[in-house]
Ligand binder design. Structure first.
Ligand code: ADP
Ligand code: MG
Length: 607
C-alpha cells in the first residue's frame, strides 16, 4: 500500500516559534523595520528613475519616534507605501518577500545591491517586542487609498481604510509589557546607532540625523585622501590614535565585498584590540564577531567589511559553514599580503618604521597560513642589535661571508634578551658576528619556522655554545696544556662545582674569552621553551634532565694559576670563583651560592 500526501503546517503553531526563535536578540526589531523603510525609499527612487513613478520624490527621510504615554515606537518613511492589496500580499503572507519579488522584477535594470530585504521574515520581528502592530500607509500609486492594518501577533488581523495623507508608511509598535525597556530614549538611540549608523537614507531620531548615508567604504578609493581614511577611523573608534595604514577592499567577483581594514598601532594588551572589525550587509550592521570571516591572525586589525552575500540573520554556525565566507577569508589574506608588499616596495624606509607595530601580525600570519608565508617571506624583516633591518634574503647575504660553517650552513645568531645576554652579544660582535633581536613572544616559533622553510640556514641563540663552536668552521686552537694537565683541571672543576646537571669540558679558546662559560645547547633550550609554552604538557621533558655545558677555556691564564697552586683547597676556590662568575653572567647564580660568592669576593678583594 502506498499513500502520498502533503505535510500541513498550522500557522497558529508556527507563528510563536518564528517570533521566539527567529532572532536571538530582541533589539534587532529596529534594524529590520528601519531596513524595510530604507528599502521602501530606495524602491521609490528606483521607480522614479525608470519613469514608473512620476510624482515628486523630494528628499525622503525616515523618522523614528517614541511616545512614552501611548507606549509606542513609530517608524515612518516617505517611501513607496502599500495599497491594501499589497499589505495582504506582502505582510500577511509570511516568508513571501516583497524585496525578492522587486529584485526579480527589475533585475535587468541594474543594481540590486541597494535592497536589503531577502527572506520576507523581518517584519514579524516587530512582534518580539509588541503587543500590537499597526501599519498606516499610503501608496505612491496614482489615486491610491490609504490603508490601515492591525494585528496582535496572532494569525488574525484587521484591514481597513487608513488616515495617511502623504506617501509612505508608518509602522506603529504598541510595546508589550515585557519590552518597555525599548521605550527608553537612550536605549533606543543606542540600538539605532549600532545597526543603522551607515544606512543610505537619512534617519532622524529626537530631532537629529543619526546616520552617515555615504560611509567611506562605499566611495571610490581614487576619490579619497589619507585624511578621509583617518577621519573615518576616528568616526569608527573615537578615542584611538591614527592608524598606521589601511586597505580599501572592493571585490565584485566571485562575491561582493567592500570595506576598509585598518592596521592600528599595537598596544601591549592585545585583547582590547581584538574584535573591533564590524561586519555589515548592505550598510546594515550585523555583528562585530568576525572570527570566521577574518583570518585569526588579522583579528587585531580594525575597520569595516560589507558584503551582501552575508545575510542579516547570521549565526556562528552559518558563518563557519558558508563557502562565501571561506572565500572572503582567503581573499582578505591575499589583499593584506599584497598591500604589505606594496608598502615595502614603494617606501622601504616607512615600512621599516612600521615594522615594530606590524611584525607580530606578519609573523603570526606566516606561521598560520602557507599562502601568506609565500608572499610575506619577501617583505618580512629581521633586525639586528645595531638597529639595522634586512629582508630575509638580504640578511643571508649580509652574514654569509662571516657566518657560514664547515657544512656550508649559514648560521644566524640571535638574542632573546639584550640585557641578560649582553656579555655574549659583545663577544660575538667583537668576533665580527652579527646578532639578531628576536625578543617577541612569537619569535621562538618564528625561528623554528624559518629554519624549516629556508635551506642551509639555522639560528642559534648567542649563548647556546661557546663562540669558537657556535659557528663551527673547523678551526681548532691548540691547547697549551698536556693531556695530564687537562685531566687534572677537569677534575678540579668537577669537584668545585659538584652538580650532576653540569657537564665540564675543556676547550682551547682565545685569550679574550672568559675562563668559564655556561651554555645550554640550542635544541635543549627549544624543548624547554616549548614545554613551558604548552604548560609543561610534554611529559617526557619532565624526565629529561636539563644538562648545561660548563666550558673551561684551557688557554686562559686562570687555568695556569690553578695548576700552579699546590693546595687542593685553593685550587677549588679559584675554580669555584670563575665558575660562579659564569653562572652570574647567565643569571643562574642564586641563593646560598650567590651569598657565598659575594662573601668570597669580598674576602678576596681584601687579601
Ligand atoms: P523582506 O524585507 O525580507 O522582504 P519583511 O518581512 O521585512 O521581508 O517585509 C515583507 C515585505 O513587506 C517587504 O518586502 C515589503 O514589500 C513590505 N514592506 C515592509 N515594510 C514596508 C514599508 N515600510 N514600506 C513598504 N513596504 C513594506
Ligand atoms: Mg525586511
Amino acid at each position: 500500500m502506498q499513500e502520498k500526501g502533503t505535510i500541513s503546517i498550522h500557522t497558529e503553531n508556527i507563528f510563536p516559534i518564528i517570533k521566539k526563535f527567529l532572532y536571538s536578540d530582541h533589539e534587532i526589531f529596529l534594524r529590520e523595520l528601519v531596513s524595510n523603510a530604507v528599502d521602501a525609499t530606495q524602491k521609490l527612487k528606483k521607480l522614479a528613475s525608470f519613469g514608473e513613478y512620476k510624482g515628486e520624490v523630494g528628499n525622503p527621510k525616515i523618522t523614528v519616534s517614541i511616545d512614552e504615554t501611548a507606549k509606542t515606537i513609530t517608524i515612518s518613511d516617505q517611501g513607496l507605501g502599500m495599497t491594501a492589496d499589497e499589505i495582504k500580499k506582502y505582510i500577511n503572507q509570511i516568508a513571501f518577500s516583497g524585496a525578492t519579488e522587486f529584485i526579480e522584477k527589475y533585475k535587468d535594470k541594474g543594481d540590486e545591491k541597494q535592497i536589503i530585504g531577502h527572506f520576507g521574515l523581518g517584519f514579524y520581528s516587530a512582534f518580539m517586542v509588541s503587543a500590537n502592530v499597526e501599519i498606516n500607509t499610503l501608496s505612491h500609486q496614482e489615486g491610491a487609498q490609504s490603508a490601515h492594518w492591525i494585528c496582535d501577533g496572532s494569525t488574525e488581523f484587521e484591514i481597513s481604510e487608513g488616515t495617511k495623507k502623504e506617501r509612505g508608511t508608518d509602522i506603529i509598535l504598541h510595546i508589550a509589557e515585557d519590552s518597555v525597556e525599548f521605550l527608553d530614549k537612550f536605549r533606543l538611540e543606542t540600538i539605532l546607532t549600532k545597526y543603522c549608523k551607515f544606512l543610505p537614507v537619512e534617519i532622524e531620531f529626537d530631532g537629529n540625523v543619526i546616520n552617515n548615508t555615504h560611509p567611506l567604504w562605499t566611495k571610490a578609493p581614487s576619490e579619497l585622501k589619507d585624511e578621509d581614511y583617518k577621519a573615518f577611523y576616528k568616526e569608527l573608534y573615537p578615542y584611538s590614535e591614527d592608524p598606521l595604514f589601511w586597505i580599501h577592499l572592493n571585490v565584485d567577483y566571485p562575491f561582493n565585498l567592500t570595506g576598509i581594514l585598518y592596521f592600528p598601532k599595537l598596544k601591549a594588551d592585545f585583547e582590547v584590540q581584538k574584535n573591533k572589525i564590524q561586519l555589515y550587509s548592505r550598510q546594515v550592521f550585523i555583528t562585530d564577531e568576525v572570527k570566521d570571516v577574518v583570518p585569526e591572525f588579522l583579528m587585531l586589525m580594525h575597520g569595516v567589511l560589507d558584503s551582501p552575500d552575508i545575510p542579516l540573520n547570521v549565526s556562528r554556525s552559518f558563518l563557519q559553514a558558508d563557502s562565501n565566507v571561506k572565500k572572503i577569508n582567503s581573499h582578505i589574506t591575499k589583499k593584506v599580503a599584497d598591500k604589505l608588499a606594496e608598502l615595502n616596495n614603494n617606501d622601504p624606509k616607512g615600512f621599516e618604521e612600521k615594522w615594530n607595530d606590524i611584525n607580530v601580525f606578519v609573523k603570526y600570519g606566516m606561521l598560520s597560513d602557507d599562502k601568506f608565508y609565500e608572499k610575506a617571506k619577501d617583505f618580512c624583516l629581521v633586525k639586528n642589535t645595531k638597529g639595522e633591518s634586512f629582508t630575509l634574503d638580504k640578511y643571508k647575504e649580509h652574514i654569509k661571508a662571516n657566518q657560514t660553517d664547515k657544512n656550508e650552513n649559514i648560521v644566524a645568531l640571535y638574542t632573546s634578551d639584550k640585557g641578560k645576554q649582553d656579555l655574549y652579544i659583545q663577544s660575538a660582535e667583537n668576533k665580527g658576528y652579527d646578532v639578531l633581536e628576536m625578543t617577541a613572544i612569537i619569535d621562538s616559533h618564528f625561528i623554528g619556522m624559518l629554519e624549516q622553510k629556508m635551506e642551509k640556514f639555522s639560528l642559534k641563540r648567542v649563548d647556546s655554545e661557546t663562540l669558537e663552536k657556535i659557528i663551527d668552521k673547523d678551526i681548532k686552537l691548540e691547547s697549551i696544556l698536556t693531556a695530564d694537565q687537562q685531566t687534572k683541571v677537569k677534575e678540579v672543576f668537577e669537584k668545585a662545582i659538584d652538580n650532576k646537571k653540569m657537564t665540564v669540558a675543556l676547550e682551547a679558546m682565545s685569550l679574550e674569552e672568559l675562563p668559564v662559560s655556561i651554555t645550554l645547547p640550542e635544541f635543549m633550550r627549544r624543548m624547554k621553551d616549548m614545554s613551558a609554552l604548552n604548560g609543561g604538557g610534554m611529559s617526557f621533558m619532565g624526565a629529561m634532565p636539563e644538562i648545561y655545558n660548563v666550558v673551561v677555556n684551557s688557554n686562559h691564564p686562570v687555568v695556569q694559576k690553578i695548576l700552579n697552586e699546590t693546595s687542593d683547597e685553593t685550587q677549588k676556590k679559584i675554580a669555584k670563583q670563575v665558575y660562579d662568575l659564569a653562572m652570574l653572567s647567565q643569571g643562574m647564580l642564586t641563593g646560598k651560592d650567590l651569598t657565598d660568592f659575594i662573601r668570597r669576593s669580598v674576602e678576596m678583594s681584601v687579601n
